[in-house]
Design a protein around this ligand. Structure first.
Ligand code: UD1
Length: 422
C-alpha cells in the first residue's frame, strides 16, 4: 500500500484561531459506557480519528449499531449481547480495555484480547484487574485473551489505587455503577475526562459523586434502571495544548477554541514561565510570544500536574529555548523516543533514565524523521514548521490515531505543511 507522509516547511506566520474537537480520551470511554444504556445513546463532539473508529468497531463486534452524522455518534446497544472483543481490534489500541468495566456491569462477564496501542513503556493492566477483582470478578487468561467471570455475583467494594491510573479508575467506575451498595475509589485519577465519564454515567441513571477529586463514591443502581442519554464530549486539552505549542514556538498568537482553560492550568503556567503571553476566555486559550523562549523544568504527573501527553510538545519548546531544561517523565517509562528524532533535527537532548537534559540550540534543521508515538509525531510536525528547510515525517498513522485533520488545521493557521503519498 502507498505510504503517506507529512512534509513540513519552515513557516513564518503561523497564527489565528483553530477549533478544538472533542477529547479522544473521553469519547473512547463514553462510547464504551453506552453499553450500560441499553438503547440509543447519542454522543456529540466526537472526533473523526482512527482510535474512535476502532472503539466503534469494538461496539459493533458486540452487536451494537454505530452511526455517524458529522461529529455526532449514535450508539444503539439494544442488541449488544456479545461479550467477546476480537484480537484484531484490541491489539491495535490499548484503550479497548475500557470495554471491560461496562461489559462486567452489563453482562457480568467479558472476554477481551490483551491490549496493544502506543509502545510507551510496559503499560500493565494489573490495577484494572485488582479493582474489578475487589468487586468479585474472577480472571483467567488463555491464548492472549483475558476471561472475566462473576461466578458468585458482584458486590460493592472500597478500593485504593496504588497510583491514580486513568484507565483503572474508569473501569472501576463503569463496573461499580450497577453493583448494589456503595463503592468507593480512593486515590482516583482526577483527569477532566473522568469527570466527563461520570457526568454521562449520571445522565444514564448512575449515582457517582466526587469525580474530579481523589475519592469517588458510587451508589449502585440496578442495570434495568439505566437508560440511554444524549451527551456532549468535553474539548480535547491535549489537542489544544499541541496547537498552542505551535503558537509558543513560532510566535503566534494561536487561539484554541472549544476548550475549558481550567483543564490546562499547569501547561499554561509553563507557557508563561517560558516567556509566552497567555490569555483565556471561558471557552478558549490564546498563546503568543514576542521574546525568546526561556528554559524550563517540567515533571509529568497525574492531573492536575503537568500532562505526560504534552511532554514531547514542551520538549520541543525547550529544545530551542535559551538555557538548559530538565524534563522528568514520571508516568510512562520509555516515553523519550521522541528525543532521538528531535536530535536528528539538530536538538541537543541527553536522556538518562526518566530525565532528559535539554540544552537549547538556536535553530532546528529539517530532516527525515519518524513519528514514534501519537504525541511525539504531532510535535515533530510542529518542529518542522520552525526548522530550516524541509522536514519529512514518516509513520504518520500514529498522528491519525488522535488528531482529526491535523494538517488541514495547521494549514488554516498559515503553516506550510501537506500530506504526500509516496
Ligand atoms: C490514559 C490516556 C493517556 C495518558 C494517560 C496518563 C486514554 C485512552 N489514554 O492512559 O493518553 O497518557 O492516561 O494521563 O485515556 N499502570 C500500571 N498498571 C495498571 C494501569 C496503569 O502499572 O493497571 C501504569 C501504566 O503503565 C503507566 C501509568 O500507570 O505507567 C499510568 O497509566 P494510566 O493512568 O492507567 O494511563 P492510561 O489509562 O493507560
Amino acid at each position: 500500500m502507498a505510504e503517506e507522509i507529512i512534509v513540513a516547511h519552515e513557516s513564518e506566520n503561523v497564527s489565528g484561531v483553530v477549533q478544538i474537537g472533542g477529547a479522544k480520551n473521553s469519547a473512547l470511554k463514553l462510547i464504551a459506557a453506552s453499553l450500560l444504556g441499553q438503547g440509543k445513546t447519542v454522543i456529540h463532539n466526537v472526533p473523526h480519528i482512527s482510535d474512535i473508529h476502532i472503539m466503534s468497531e469494538v461496539l459493533r463486534s458486540l452487536g451494537a449499531t454505530v452511526s455517524w452524522e458529522n461529529h455526532t455518534l449514535t450508539v444503539d446497544t439494544t442488541d449488544a449481547e456479545g461479550y467477546k472483543t476480537p484480537y484484531e481490534l484490541v491489539s491495535k489500541m490499548r484503550a479497548s480495555i475500557s470495554i471491560l468495566g461496562p461489559l462486567i456491569g452489563r453482562q457480568g462477564r467479558a472476554c477481551v484480547a490483551m491490549p496493544g496501542g502506543c509502545q510507551i513503556g510496559a503499560r500493565k493492566i494489573d490495577m484494572h484487574l485488582k479493582v474489578l477483582q475487589a468487586l468479585g470478578v474472577e480472571f483467567s487468561s488463555s491464548h492472549g485473551y483475558l476471561n472475566a467471570t462473576t461466578p458468585n455475583g458482584l458486590h460493592n467494594a472500597n478500593v485504593i489505587l496504588e497510583f491514580p491510573s486513568v484507565g483503572a479508575t474508569e473501569n472501576m467506575l463503569m463496573a461499580a455503577v450497577t453493583v448494589e451498595g456503595v463503592s468507593t475509589i480512593d486515590n482516583a485519577a482526577r483527569e477532566p475526562e473522568i469527570v466527563d465519564l461520570a457526568n454521562m454515567l449520571n445522565e444514564m441513571g448512575a449515582k457517582v459523586e466526587g469525580a474530579g477529586t481523589s475519592c469517588i463514591t458510587i451508589t449502585g443502581v440496578p442495570l434495568e434502571d439505566f437508560r440511554p442519554c444524549e451527551h456532549t464530549t468535553v474539548g480535547d486539552r491535549i489537542e489544544a495544548g499541541t496547537f498552542l505549542t505551535a503558537g509558543a514556538l513560532l510566535g503566534g498568537p494561536v487561539t484554541a477554541e472549544g476548550i475549558d482553560p481550567s483543564f490546562l492550568r499547569m501547561a499554561l503556567m509553563k507557557f508563561e514561565a517560558m516567556g509566552c503571553g497567555v490569555s483565556t476566555t471561558e471557552n478558549s486559550i490564546t498563546v503568543g510570544r514576542t521574546q525568546p523562549l526561556r528554559a524550563i523544568d517540567i515533571q509529568t504527573l497525574p492531573h492536575p500536574g503537568f500532562p505526560t501527553d504534552l511532554q514531547a510538545q514542551f520538549m520541543l519548546l525547550a529544545a530551542v529555548a535559551q538555557g538548559n531544561s530538565v524534563i522528568s517523565e514520571n508516568i510512562f517509562e520509555n516515553r523519550f523516543m521522541f528525543a532521538s528524532e528531535l536530535n536528528r533535527m539538530g536538538a541537543d537532548i541527553t536522556v538518562e533514565g526518566h530525565h532528559a537534559l535539554v540544552q537549547g540550540v538556536k535553530r532546528l534543521q529539517g530532516a527525515p524523521v519518524s513519528s514514534t508515538d501519537l504525541r511525539g509525531g504531532a510535535a515533530l510536525v510542529i518542529a518542522g514548521l520552525a526548522a530550516e528547510g524541509e522536514t519529512r515525517i514518516y509513520e504518520i498513522h500514529h498522528i491519525d490515531r488522535g488528531y482529526e485533520d491535523y494538517v488541514g488545521k495547521l494549514q488554516s493557521l498559515g503553516a506550510r505543511v501537506e500530506r504526500v503519498t509516496l
